[in-house]
Design a protein around this ligand. Structure first.
Ligand code: ZN
Length: 171
């Protein structure tokens, strides 16, 4: 279900929300405008010296058991660079650093029955060590040769597209 059809009550006063537009709910009682916007995410492409790309396997839904890149949602007020660093640390227990922006991709993230619109910035990144520990919402990780990467089943189309653009840019 799309978020616009899920939220029924004003987060400010508790009054009834009315759908005004595709992306806008308005409170009947206090007039509060509640916009539905895409949630910003990051995903990091980390390549080692052997030209392999680091993939992680998701421990949780959406996309449980499917491949993904390290990354996640930006916290409110957090910079893209800081969020990339934080997610790499949380998921792999290693220090990371953001490189370049590869592209920005829209997608959907189905969580608790709500199909959230997301906007994922795919970046290149580096890590200080290859001694990694899968943690947080990551079940395992793998360094995959470039020519095999796109043969993997990814949880999100945006990730497949980002990796594909990265590989094309590299040629
Ligand atoms: Zn209200």
């Amino acid at each position: 279900m799309d978020p616009i059809n899920v939220y029924k009550f004003c987060p400010k006063c508790g009054g009834a929300l009315e759908v005004k537009k595709e992306n806008l709910l308005v409170c009947r009682k206090c007039g509060f405008k509640f916009y539905i916007s895409a949630l910003p995410c990051n995903a990091a492409i980390i390549e080692n010296e052997r030209g392999e790309i680091l993939l992680v396997k998701r421990k949780l839904d959406p996309g449980k058991g499917f491949w993904d890149l390290p990354g996640g949602f930006l916290d409110g007020g957090e910079s893209l660079e800081d969020s990339v660093k934080r997610e790499i640390k949380e998921e792999l227990q290693v220090e990371g650093k953001m490189g370049k922006i590869i592209g920005i991709y829209e997608d959907k993230y189905l969580f608790q029955g709500i199909n959230y619109p997301i906007l994922t910035t795919v970046v290149s990144a580096s890590i200080t060590s290859e001694k990694l520990h899968a943690s947080d919402d990551i079940e395992s990780f793998s360094f995959v040769p470039k020519e095999e990467v796109l043969g993997r089943r990814f949880a999100f189309a945006s990730i497949t597209k980002g990796i594909s653009d990265y590989l094309l840019l590299k040629v």
